[in-house]
Design a protein around this ligand. Sequence first.
Ligand code: NDP
Length: 315
Amino acid sequence: KTVCVTGASGFIASWLVKLLLDRGYTVRGTVRNAEKSKHLLELPGASERLTLVEADLLKPGAFDSVVQGCDGVFHTASPFLYRNFTDPDAQLIEPAVKGTLNVLESCAKARPKRVVLTSTEAAVSHTDKRIGADVVDESYFSDPDKCRREGDWYYLSKTLAELAAWDFAKQHNLDMVAILPVLVVGPVLQTSMNTSTEIVLELLNGTTQTITNQVVGWVGVKDVAMAHILTYEKPEAEGRYICSERMLHFGDAVALLAKLYPQYHIVAKEDGSVPRDPGYNASSEKIKKLGLTFQPLEDVLRETVASLKELKYLD
Ligand code: NDP
C-alpha cells in the first residue's frame, strides 16, 4: 500500500499525509522545500512509512521515480494565491497546468491504480450558466474566458488545470477522480500560513475591513483529506466530487465567527448599500453517498481558532 502525495507540506496535504499514515499506508511526499516539511516527519508512523522527496513541478520527468511503484497518486500541489503575485501566468497558471500535466505524464508511465486530483469548487461555479440555478453540481465547469475577463487568475489556473487533466486522463486511459472543495478551514499542521486559514485569521485580528458580497462554501480540512482517501479506496468512485459543508454569505460567516468569539475585535463590515448576493448552493450529495460526513462548520471554526492560538497567530 504505497501512495504518493504531491505538495505534501501544504495545509490540506499535511492532513492527507497524516490520515494516510494513520491508515497504514506507506507515503512518498513530494515537497519543494525540506525546511517547510519538517512537521511531517513528526507525524505518527512517519519514521517508518514516510519519505520526502524534492521534486520541481515544472521539471520534466521530476515525478517519474517517485510515482513508480505507487498504487495511488494524490496530486495536491498547486499555487493558491489571491494576492501577492505580479505575473499570473508564471506564478499561477504554469505551475497549475504544466505541473499537473507533468505529474500525470509520470503517472502514465507508472500506471497507478488511481490518481486523485485536488481541484476546487472554483472550477465549477464560475460560469454564467449557473445564473438562475439554485444548485450547482459536478456537471458544471467554470468558464475560462469569464475567469480571464474578470481577472480571477487562481480560478483560471485551477479550471485550466482540471480541464487539461481530464483530457490527459482520457487520452492515456488513467483512472482519475477530482476533489472539488470550497473554502477549506480547520486546524493547521504545517508551520507556515496558508491562504484559506489566513482569511479567517485576518477577520479575527481585525485586518479585514470590508467583506466581499459573495456567498462562499466552507468545509473542514480533515473532511477534505478524508474525501481524497475515500475516493481513492472505493472502487465505485468516479469523476468529480464537490465537498462543501455549508454555503454562507461572507457576512453571515463573519457574524457566526463574532458570535463564537466575541472576545476578538472583528471590524469587517458589509457594504449595506448594495443588495446581497443571493448566492447558490453547491451540492455535496455525491460525496455524501460515497460515505463522507461533514463536521459542522461551527466545530471546524472552533478548531481553526484553537489551532491559531496554539501557533501564536492569535492571543
Ligand atoms: P497550500 O498553499 O498550503 O498548499 C499548496 C501546496 O502546493 C504546497 O505544498 C506548495 O508547496 C505547493 N505549491 C504551490 N506552488 C507551487 C509551485 N509553484 N511549485 C511547486 N509546488 C507548489 O494550500 P492548500 O493546502 O489550501 O492547497 C492544496 C490544494 O488544494 C491546491 O491544489 C489548492 O488549489 C486546492 N484547494 C484549496 C482550497 C482551500 O480553501 N484551502 C479550496 C479548494 C482547493 P510549498 O509548501 O513549498 O509552498
